[in-house]
Design a protein around this ligand. Structure first.
Ligand SMILES: [Fe+2]
Ligand SMILES: [Fe+2]
Length: 141
């Protein structure tokens, strides 16, 4: 079955958001301040590797399906408040889960079962990122 422009376009959009996530976590690790700086910096840096793996996979997949991988990240908001950073992260991860869920459905419909299975793992990763972020937000600070 031919791969649709929808699927390639959706993967390229996901790629732009993965690049955004890499920049977001790297920048937040550098700029986060306050008494929780140490643990938040470590947390943000720990997310970078997963997002890099996602980006590399998605870029390879876009190319394999006949598309051209984007090189443009989505823009990144850089607040100064640590709590605001965590809220943006939580929202970004929730959106990533929805994005990959939609892409998984499209991949299934188009008979791309391998892709669908791999995206299932990405949904697990993004869910873990979101839940870890929620635990930080549950603090009283
Ligand atoms: Fe990701
Ligand atoms: Fe993530």
């Amino acid at each position: 079955m031919d791969v649709s422009e929808d699927l390639i376009g959706g993967l390229n959009e996901a790629l732009a958001y993965e690049y955004q996530a890499i920049i977001m976590y790297t920048t937040y690790a550098s700029t986060v301040s306050g008494i929780h700086r140490g643990e938040l910096k470590e947390f943000f840096l720990s997310e970078v590797e997963d997002e890099q793996n996602h980006a590399r996979y998605v870029a390879d997949k876009v190319d394999a399906l006949g598309g051209t991988p984007t090189t443009e990240p989505k823009p990144v908001q850089v607040p100064s408040e640590p709590r605001k950073m965590l809220e943006i992260v939580r929202e970004s991860e929730a959106e990533a889960i929805e994005r990959y869920s939609r892409l998984m459905d499209t991949a299934e419909k188009e008979g791309q079962r391998g892709l669908s299975g791999d995206l299932h793992e990405f949904i697990s990763d993004e869910t873990r990122h979101m839940e870890e972020t929620e635990k930080f937000l549950r603090g009283t600070w």
